[in-house]
Design a protein around this ligand. Structure first.
Ligand code: FAD
Length: 396
């Protein structure tokens, strides 16, 4: 038996023994455990599962052992992810620190920054939010105007960020700020870490169509930020920003077919709510067609992720694949929600009404939220522009 097969067996046995059965069912948004000093657990099992994974370093399997990670290589981490998926184990901890900031600090941060932030993220002690977009800078991110003036031992930050997801719940924010207003757009930007408790930082929620208020506008009013919170070089924050965006897009791409943990599939829903005829075929022919198209695309996306992983392991990575998969994956995720709505019919129309809408499914909220997937982390239109230029070499 190869070392990796042995590793798979060990991982599988550990997960079987340590993941409580209640943590092996599809997770609702309310059940997600988010990092932070005010971390809340929906159940004692969720807490137990989080603590066990944290103690193994498997909240961040590929990060270095000495910084609280699992010390796994990419293949081992993939095995862990696959086994979690196979056994239906939930993701134990959610945080932008895990998905975006941590990898950027590991790549660009100095030793002091790694020691301060990486173990805290691995333990889920701190919740991070992302301060990129501004009222005048979304797709054209390099137009950002939030200023950080050099005041000797600190920066003085003034300006505003928008669409800051969960800023009101976050402990820290990673921010793009303008440190040289006279340089060319991309060249005068720096990457700063800011404590949300610092005097002068405030947030205002923005209400969404779903009735929830996940987004905030974040304001910086004469906020003093120590110079030690600068990640990477002064005025070179665009490189950090781009590296971080790659992680964000990879994460978003995985939504379309490579996420760990169980999820509710339209096929399951159709079998449960539409039913089959005497030949075992779905009664509604139109729906059958939609389902098959979605299932085929979904599996093709999963296989492409797999192929891309294997190519990377064999040193022939195509860096354009994540770019394309962000577009394809998020668009297919939107189609999945459309199919679920079609499958559930009137049952999907309720809001807080359990008679019409099974709480487990929360279909219409999922459908509404899915619209955001092709906007967050770079819109589909902009992704297509980038693919046209960089991948296909088409002219502007
Ligand atoms: C769910 C969600 C979470 C988010 N979380 C965060 C967060 O935590 N932190 C943060 O900083 N930001 C966050 N954002 C903001 C996100 O990064 C921006 O919404 C995104 O970059 C688009 O910018 P914009 O909204 O200003 O739209 P705009 O850039 O104004 O675009 C408006 C429309 O014009 C189109 N468009 C723009 N430029 C072009 C072009 N050159 N060619 C063709 N079409 C174009 C776009 O595709 C879009 O349809 C989040 C967004 C969503 C939806």
């Amino acid at each position: 038996m190869s070392d990796l097969d042995q590793f798979r067996q060990t991982v599988s046995a550990w997960l079987e023994e340590n993941c409580p059965p209640s943590q092996r069912t599809p997770i609702t948004r309310e059940e997600q455990v988010w990092a932070g000093k005010n971390k809340a657990f929906p159940s004692s099992d969720a807490k137990l599962w989080f603590e066990r994974m944290r103690d193994k370093g498997w909240t961040v399997p590929e990060w270095p052992l000495e910084l609280g990670g699992g010390g796994l290589d990419e293949r081992q981490a993939k095995i862990l992810k696959d086994e979690m998926k196979r056994l239906g184990c939930r993701t134990p901890l959610f945080d932008l620190g895990i998905w975006m900031l941590g990898p950027a600090v590991l790549e660009f941060g100095n030793d002091q920054q790694k020691q301060q932030h990486i173990p805290a993220i691995a333990r889920g002690d701190v919740r991070w939010c992302q301060g990129y977009s501004e009222p005048g800078a979304g797709s054209d991110l390099a137009s950002l105007q939030t200023r950080a003036e050099d005041k000797g031992d600190h920066f003085l930050v003034n300006g505003t960020k928008i669409w800051t997801t969960n800023a009101d719940k976050a402990d820290w924010i990673f921010c793009l700020v303008r440190t040289d207003p006279n340089a060319k757009k991309q060249e005068g930007i720096s990457f700063l870490l800011i404590d949300m408790d610092d005097p002068g930082v405030s947030t205002t929620p923005i209400e969404l169509i779903s009735g929830e208020s996940e987004f905030c506008q974040t304001f910086f009013d004469n906020v003093k930020v120590p110079k030690t919170n600068l990640v990477g070089e002064l005025n070179k924050g665009w490189s950090v920003a781009k590296a971080l965006l790659k992680h964000e897009r990879k994460l978003m791409a995985e939504i379309g077919g490579d996420t760990p943990g169980p999820s509710f599939s339209p096929v399951q829903a159709a079998l449960e709510y539409v039913g089959v005829d005497d030949n075992g075929k779905l009664k509604d022919v139109g729906l059958r067609d939609q389902l098959v198209r979605h299932e085929m695309a979904f599996r093709a996306i999963g296989l492409t992720h797999f192929r891309s992983f294997e190519e990377r392991m064999n040193g022939v990575a195509d860096n354009n694949v994540p770019l394309i998969m962000k577009y394809v994956g998020t668009e297919e995720s939107k189609r999945k929600e459309e199919v679920l709505m079609a499958v559930l019919g009137h049952r999907a129309l309720g809001w807080n009404d359990s008679e019409f809408n099974d709480d487990e499914l929360l279909t219409n909220r999922g459908w509404l939220f899915s619209k955001a997937l092709s906007i967050a982390g770079g819109t589909s239109e902009v992704q297509l522009n980038i693919i046209a230029k960089r991948v296909l070499g088409l002219p502007d």
